[in-house]
Structures are given as structure tokens and as C-alpha cells.
Design a protein around this ligand. Sequence first.
Ligand SMILES: C[S@@+](CC[C@H](N)C(=O)[O-])C[C@H]1O[C@@H](n2cnc3c(N)ncnc32)[C@H](O)[C@@H]1O
Length: 318
Amino acid sequence: MLYPLINDPFSINDPDRSVSKLVSKPIPLPSNGSIAANNLPAPAFDDPKHHLRLYHGDCLEILAAIPPNSVDLVFADPPYFLSNGGITCHAGKMVSVHKGDWDKSRGPDGNHEFNLQWLAACQRVLKPNGSIWVSGTAHVIHSVGFALQQLGFKLLNDISWVKPNPPPNLSCRYFTHATETIIWAAKDKKSRHTFNYKLMKETNRGKQMKSVWEIRPPESWEKRFGKHPTQKPVALLERILLASTNEGDLVLDPFAGSGTTALAAIRTKRIFRGIEIDPKWIRVSVERIKEDGNGQLQIQRAAQSEQQVLRLTARAAV
Ligand SMILES: C[S@@+](CC[C@H](N)C(=O)[O-])C[C@H]1O[C@@H](n2cnc3c(N)ncnc32)[C@H](O)[C@@H]1O
């Protein structure tokens, strides 16, 4: 056992379904019969050894069945709304941007409405001192930031995640996109959020860690079970979890994709709950979790960059 078992907070019934008045279409109550009121569906994947569950479905419905005030940290990598017929460069070739139907824009108002809905749903399930991280490009991150403010979250940081080798901009009419923003916010103004300041300083060679993080995109070994079009590097998620949670905390990812946050949770000994609408990515997540979950860090492969060496060193200290 890596850390003490806790009572599973998701098994508690939830009488409170109030959401902010700002959300014009409230979070749907599970009325279609797929999810009984106040009850989570059976997880698509349950790994009790690592305190990890994956739920298949729409995060708005599944979040509605999670008890309020039960989650320490949310990491969310939501649809960016950028699959709208544009072009990009992938592996040196011009390709159209189509990450999936889930990534199509609903128009500025529709996109913002969706962001308000899922952010309100996450705010409800966060503990009073819980916090949320949301990643995104310019297509979505301004709406996310505004929605966080409208809902009364307390903005803590906006991290610039710098990708050292970005693809070239083929149109030559813009700077090549080399960053994503990751907003970190606490549940509300009164929250006393967790920040492992000392650990972050240690991992940054004794200097305060800045809000600019240079981390390589996922390595090829991270994609060996399937290439998710917007997969995040495990190194990025490990830093986020180490910075803002403690061992045994409960981490939720409502857009779990290929399971990157799940892997980081296993490696850092956090409890994990993930939600993903596409079964294909649940399958990829399960493959990754099964291989990685045996606790054998692939140190030789992982330690390919200075940041990763520092990260692994830091991990040994927790
Ligand atoms: C940006 S990707 C997340 C990628 C993930 N961070 C990773 O490293 O693999 C967003 C994911 O959310 C899923 N998704 C989109 N809408 C959803 C919804 N309403 N509920 C649950 N999952 C959703 C998509 O299928 C996609 O896999």
C-alpha cells in the first residue's frame, strides 16, 4: 500500500446540486436514465491498487453525480475549439486541424456557455481549499479566464508552458505558436490553497520557480499505445500535482483523454478520478496505466531533458 486508504468520498450521496446563477443552462441532472440521480455510474476502469477510476461519459453528467466539496484538485484540458478547417504543420507536412468533433467551435457564446457550465460543475465538487488548473490556447483560454472570474474563483497564476521545438507556422503570417497557457485558480476568495513552495524551489535549483515552464511535448514513448491529438507530457502533470497537492489527495480530470493525469497521479501517489467521453481514449488510458502502474519508472527513457532529471530528483523527495 502506497498510502493509507481513505473512505471513498464519491460513494457519499449528494443532496446539493446548486450551481451559479451565471450558468444560463444549469448542469443537466442525470434524467436520461443513464445515471441514476445522486449516483455515479460504474467506472469503466477501476484500479483499487492505485486508487484510480475512469468514468466513461459526458463530464457534465458525471460531475453532477459527484458529491460537493469532495475533490482536492481538478486538472482540466478542455476542448480548445480549434478544429475548424484551419491548417497546421505535423511531422513536416501540412495537415488540416481536426482533433475530433468535440473540438469544433460552437461560436464564441456557445463556447463560453460550455466553459461556464463545466467550470461551475468543477467548482461545486472542489473542497473549500481546493484548486483547479485549466490548460488552453488563445482559442479558449480567454473565455476560461473570464468564466473563472465570473464564477468567483480566485486566480492564482497563469503559467506559460513553453514548447522548445514548436512546429513552424506554414502561413508565415503569424509568429509560430510556441506556448500554451495554464491557469491556476482556487475555489473561491476564501480558499487556502495548497502550494508546495519549498519543493518547487528545490526542483528549480534553489531559486523560486517562475511561471514560465519549458517542458518538452510528449516523447514518442508516451504515445506508444495511441496518439491523442492533444496529449500533454506526463512531466507537466507531475509538476502540477507535486506543486498543488499532497500525497493521498484526490485529483479529478474531467477531460481525461489518453490518461496523462492518471499516470502522474500514480507516480506521485495521488488518488485519481478521470472522465472521458470517447471510449477509444479510455482504452489507451488503460493500456498506459497498466504498463506504468507497476511503479517501475522508465528512468532512462524519461530523463531525456534537464527538466525531467530535475523532476525525477524532486519526486524522490516526496
Ligand atoms: C484536450 S483533450 C485532453 C487530452 C489529455 N490532457 C491527454 O493528455 O491525453 C480533451 C478530451 O476531452 C474529451 N471530451 C470532450 N468533451 C467531453 C465531455 N463533454 N466530457 C468528457 N470528455 C470530453 C475528448 O474526447 C478529449 O479526449
